[in-house]
Design a protein around this ligand. Structure first.
Ligand code: GLC
Length: 410
């Protein structure tokens, strides 16, 4: 059984960062970065009541945009549980909203036929058993307490119990995104990695788990997939000499969790280009939305998803099931590929003709996907200037964001 196949075929997913940090609206690290008074931050849980949250609508937007899975923050570093935890009162079901948001998300996205992924924070800044220079106490007051053995055991037990609950009470979970092992814990198995993984795979034998339980370069374990963030890798990461499955999670603006005033949204062409960039290097993109305190992702994020949906309607074949090509793309283009097809994505509008390296005599036909039009191979007077293996084509009318579907001779 190749349990990673659905993931590497999907290529595109939705990340959702959401918790009570949406209320102060300064991103998901605001608990660490702002000088809160005692319990001031935790008390946002008493007013959390996102009446505009419409998970079905969000799932439909995601699916139309070409996303095949969702990864939802069940708990972030602030420790607040977006599910009905049996082990803490600091949870969404005790907020005025009262409902298990994780369950709502699972049901809505499953109904759209999407796969289900849980993000869960390894650190818990509210737990006495967790101490780290990247925690609020140190960032705010330069203090770092030393947990007692009992506190540390209780911290690990809570993490284990939460994950066990998530693995057993929400049906099939397809993916687990654990975040993260601080660099200050390098070399330390702070979270009891193997105990967690044994339990997770026991309950969910087909689940795939990311790499952020890795705690030292020397002690790499084979994780199911690897998670760089906010970048497009030039090549798939190599772990123990082998290229691995990877996914780059990316923000649509400059924040994961809702941040009022962050309107630095990337344009739809750049987002689609980044997706193609990942696929052309055999990777996935996990694009984030951060709902606000009312549960809305905002007009800009919604319109970006709709623009991506417009593009995806005509170009799904260039993404889903695709990976890298063995051929080198021409200037201004990126290639994705499957079987005998190359999908030539135009990062820029061509100045005129496009010269394809390495494809001389190999092309059966070329189609502009947006219009279905055939693209001609050109016998140009300047042909002698081309290298012997180059083919010159004339994609008249093609513009940035278009895809040329190149069918190779079999
Ligand atoms: C980093 C951030 C975290 C975010 C994550 C997403 O680890 O600290 O807030 O959730 O990236 O990959």
């Amino acid at each position: 059984m190749d349990k990673i196949k659905w993931f590497t075929d999907s290529r595109f997913g939705m990340f959702i960062h959401w918790g009570i940090y949406a209320i102060p609206a300064k991103g998901e690290w605001s608990f660490a970065h702002e000088p809160w008074k005692e319990n001031e931050y935790q008390d946002f849980s008493k007013v959390f009541d996102p009446q505009d949250f419409d998970p079905r609508k969000l799932a439909r937007l995601a699916s139309a945009a070409g996303m095949k899975y969702v990864v939802f923050t069940t708990r972030h570093h602030d420790g607040f549980c977006m599910f009905d935890s049996h082990f803490t009162d600091y949870k969404v079901t005790n907020s005025p909203y009262g409902k298990d948001i994780v369950r709502e998300v699972v049901e809505a996205f499953r109904a759209e036929g999407m796969k289900i992924g849980f993000y869960h924070s390894l650190p818990d800044w509210t737990h006495p058993g967790y101490a780290d220079p990247e925690s609020p106490e140190y960032i705010q007051r330069k203090e770092l307490h030393t947990p007692t053995l009992e506190e540390y055991s209780a911290f690990k037990e809570l993490l284990f119990n939460h994950l066990q609950q998530l693995m057993t009470e929400y049906g099939k979970v397809d993916l687990l995104f654990l975040d993260y092992t601080s660099k200050y814990k390098d070399g330390t198995d702070y979270f009891d990695r193997d105990r967690i993984l044994e339990m997770v795979y026991r309950h969910q034998p087909e689940i795939i788990v990311n790499d952020r339980l890795a705690f030292s370069k020397e002690n790499v374990r084979d994780f199911d997939y690897y998670t760089p963030e906010i970048c497009v890798m030039n090549q798939p990461p190599v772990v123990k000499g082998r290229e691995v499955a990877w996914e780059s999670c990316t923000t649509m603006n400059n924040n994961w969790g809702y941040c009022a005033g962050d309107n630095n949204y990337k344009d739809a062409h750049s987002l689609i280009s980044a997706l193609i960039g990942c696929v052309s290097r055999s990777g996935n993109m996990l694009l984030n939305v951060g709902p606000d305190a009312n549960g809305s992702i905002g007009e800009t994020a919604e319109s970006r998803l709709k623009e991506m949906a417009e593009w995806f309607k005509l170009h799904s074949e260039a993404v889903t099931g695709c990976g890298s090509s063995q051929y080198t793309p021409p200037f201004g283009c990126a290639y994705t590929a499957k079987e005998n097809k190359i999908y030539c994505y135009l990062l820029i509008t061509p100045v005129g003709d496009v010269i394809l390296p390495q494809l001389k005599g190999k092309i059966e036909s070329i189609k502009l996907m947006r219009t279905g039009e055939n693209i001609r191979i050109i016998d140009f007077w300047g042909f002698e200037l081309l290298r012997a293996d180059e083919e010159r084509i004339r994609p008249t009318g093609a513009k940035a964001g278009d895809v040329l579907e190149i069918t190779l001779k079999k």
